[in-house]
Design a protein around this ligand. Structure first.
Ligand SMILES: [Zn+2]
Length: 290
């Protein structure tokens, strides 16, 4: 099918005036206290690396990061995209909320942005403290890096579009990793897998048709995305079967590389930092009940 059928309705006389209305930012974030990046960065001095996890190509691993520690997702060996899920340790019901993170910070995240948790918690799970790809910005196609607009490659969409079966999509990799880590069955683990942060992936929407696109990631070995855990986290990272996502991502065709996760414990927490509490809305939803 064509992406968008031609319009069936003629434009009104004032169509151009209506189109010319200036956009308004939905969620001005001026009210949010900006992260104290200097304090986070100062806390890195003398930190100790306490763990390393290698994510094999076309597979995923879980790892835990205690509140107040940093973790880096590092490109090694070759350009590779990673799909990241985050949960509150001890409560898989609180998890990364890609949609609200997008609404608050935009389509692609970088240093100083936060990864927010699902309702009714809505608090920062992690803060991005360094992004070696921050120079990329937005390219002439409208592409940017580290998006919160994609979902994750999955075997259901693959089947819908091609009829085939592929077992190493990020959705399946994350499901297997969580099942192993949380000692659950695959059926128990799968509903906890959620829309990801697409680490190192370069994506955007086409201006003419509004379609989601990807292109070869600009990441190179040595690049990393560094995050600070605001609460105790369980994380899962999949090394996408799409590799650098320059062509497709539901097959074994693409060149794939491992990813490295490094976890660091600072000597002292960042000055003035406290782990954020869940959102304080009273959850009565206008019922008059409390
Ligand atoms: Zn993927």
């Amino acid at each position: 099918m064509t992406h968008r059928p031609p319009a069936e309705h003629g434009a009104p006389a004032d169509a151009e005036a209506r189109r010319a209305v200036a956009p308004v930012i939905c969620y001005p974030v001026d009210a949010l206290r900006p992260p104290a990046l200097e304090a986070y960065r100062t806390a890195r001095a003398g930190w100790a690396k306490v763990a390393e996890v290698v994510i094999p190509p076309r597979d995923a691993r879980c790892f835990e990061v205690a509140a107040g520690r940093f973790f880096r997702i590092v490109s090694i060996e070759g350009p590779q995209v990673g799909d990241l899920n985050l949960w509150a340790a001890g409560n898989l019901g609180e998890r990364f909320f890609s949609g609200k993170t997008r609404a608050l910070h935009g389509t692609h995240v970088t240093t100083g942005h936060r990864l927010w948790s699902s309702l009714p918690y809505l608090r920062p799970l992690a803060t991005i403290t360094e992004d070696t790809l921050d120079w990329y910005g937005f390219d002439r196609h409208g592409g940017g890096v580290h998006d919160v607009i994609g979902t994750r490659c999955d075997p259901y969409t693959h089947r819908l579009l091609s009829g085939g079966t592929y077992h190493h999509c990020c959705h399946s990799n994350l499901t297997r990793a969580l099942a192993r880590h949380a000692e659950m069955t695959l059926a128990e683990a799968e509903p906890h897998v959620h829309d990801v942060l697409n680490v190192f992936m370069c994506t955007g929407f086409t201006r003419d048709t509004g379609q989601y696109f990807m292109k070869a990631s600009p990441v190179r070995p040595g690049d990393h995305l560094e995050l600070f855990a605001e609460i105790d986290l369980v994380a899962a990272l999949s090394a996408c079967p799409g590799g650098d996502c320059s062509s497709e991502h539901s097959s074994d065709e693409a060149a794939c590389h491992p990813l490295l996760v490094e976890i660091y414990r600072p000597k002292t927490p960042p000055a003035g930092w406290t782990s954020p509490a869940p959102n304080s809305y009273d959850r009565t939803h206008g019922s008059g009940l409390s």
